[in-house]
Design a protein around this ligand. Structure first.
Ligand code: ASP
Ligand code: MG
Length: 412
């Protein structure tokens, strides 16, 4: 039997009613002849509640116990989903991560999946079981402790199962009906994409589109798992939602596939840094050791042995970054005259694999922003992405203007 993986996110299993609805969807696929692996999230809000309980009990908690508590939301929905399917006369049972087993690293709360041996579940399919319901987001470490994969990790569980079982597809059921050219709450003309390439999705996910955990897209790309994102709230046809797939499968696409943005950025500058070999290494090692996720970096041309160093990072990490830099200054490992932090910036990016073969995308983007009177503070590019840092109050305007200029409301 071909295997299909179906993942239901927190809002899709938020109530017993919704679990029943999801189970009906599973029933449709079983009727088509699939052996189905269902991956479930915790009921929406549950994981936040569990995290809150852990922090209240023990602010500097033992990460192993954090995982023991926080993984439990998925155990509940896995059991309830299996019971619901049984009530529909569909042979099903639940599996917690350790029972499969989903073997992970020991990096508690941010573990990576190392291996999923298919034998146990396959043996049950061979005996006539039709649906294996697996608790997402969790696994077991080499030490035999429960681990979790980081917030949003059940997407990654789903893709990892699809890869391990060579599933025909991995359907991600969520509360939106697919991947959009941009967030419809910012641009009403945002259009749902029928298909998007893995690399574009990877950029969009890491740039702040919250549909899929970034790691799940990385895995899907590596193992060529066909991913479909679709809504569990609507009746679904076979081609509903958005297919995340290899670029070869996409015949026609716009040069720019989407506009992404992230509101919570900050820009920091060290003014007049003594410029010598190793200075960037020193600064960014200190920041990384302090847990600061640096994104964009600009070093100015040096004058008389001094330069300015600018970077962007999430706004809630500014305090940490300031402390790391003041400490480094006090220790004498770096030398600068002033430290600036602008916490009112946002990042806006255009993404598209078409940029590999089309020139002029950057020029057009900058022109569009200039026409709106928006000043660009920092620019970075990759092969398929251009990002700019701008004043946060122009973020919506920038997204709308770019969406218009690149005609993202129209299909290719
Ligand atoms: N329940 C976990 C979370 O809220 C995992 C997931 O839903 O993907 O992060
Ligand atoms: Mg999610």
């Amino acid at each position: 039997m071909p295997v299909l993986v179906m993942k239901f996110g927190g809002t899709s299993v938020a109530t017993l009613d919704r679990i029943r609805r999801a189970a009906k969807r599973v029933g449709v696929e079983v009727a088509k002849g699939y052996d189905v692996i269902v991956i479930v999230s915790a009921m929406s809000g549950k994981t936040n509640e569990l995290v809150g309980w852990v922090n209240e009990t023990s602010p500097l908690h033992d990460a192993r116990e954090y995982d023991a508590v926080v993984s439990s939301g998925e155990n509940v929905t896995a059991g309830l989903m299996a019971l619901t399917l049984q009530e529909m006369d569909i042979p099903a049972r639940s599996w917690q991560g350790w029972q499969v087993p989903v073997r992970t690293t020991s990096a508690h709360s941010a573990a990576r999946i190392e291996e999923i041996p298919p034998a146990n579940i396959m043996a049950k399919f061979a005996e006539g079981m039709k649906v294996a319901v697996v608790a997402g987001f969790q696994g077991v470490s080499p030490e035999g402790r429960i681990t979790t994969l980081g917030r949003g990790g059940s997407d990654t569980t789903a893709v990892a199962f699809a890869a391990a079982f060579e599933a025909e597809r991995c359907d991600i059921y969520t509360d939106v009906d697919g991947v959009y050219t941009t967030d419809p709450r910012v641009e009403a003309k945002a259009r749902k994409l029928d298909k998007i390439a893995f690399e574009e999705m990877l950029e969009l996910a890491s740039l702040g589109a919250k549909v899929l955990q970034t790691r799940s897209v990385e895995l899907a790309m590596r193992y060529k798992v066909k991913l479909r994102v679709l809504s569990s709230f609507e009746e679904q046809s076979d081609d509903a939602g958005t297919l995340v797939c290899d670029e070869e499968e996409i015949m026609e696409s716009n040069v720019v596939a989407g506009v992404a943005f992230s509101r919570d950025e900050a820009k920091m500058t060290l003014v007049s840094v003594a410029d010598r070999p190793g200075i960037a290494a020193t600064i960014f090692t200190a920041l990384s050791e302090a847990g600061v996720n640096v994104d964009m970096i600009v070093q100015n041309i040096s004058e008389e042995g001094r330069t300015d160093m600018t970077w962007s990072c999430p706004v809630d990490q500014v305090k940490r970054a300031e402390k790391a830099m003041s400490d480094a200054l006090a220790d004498g490992v770096i030398n600068f005259s002033e430290m600036l932090a602008d916490t009112n910036v946002a990042k806006v990016s255009v993404v598209g694999i078409g940029m590999r073969s089309h020139t002029g995308v950057a020029a057009k983007m900058f022109q569009v922003l200039s026409n709106e009177g928006i000043n660009i503070q920092v620019i970075t590019t990759s092969e398929i992405k251009i990002s700019v840092l701008i004043d946060r109050k122009y973020m919506e305007l920038a997204v709308q203007a770019l969406h218009d200029a690149f005609e993202l409301d129209k299909a290719a």
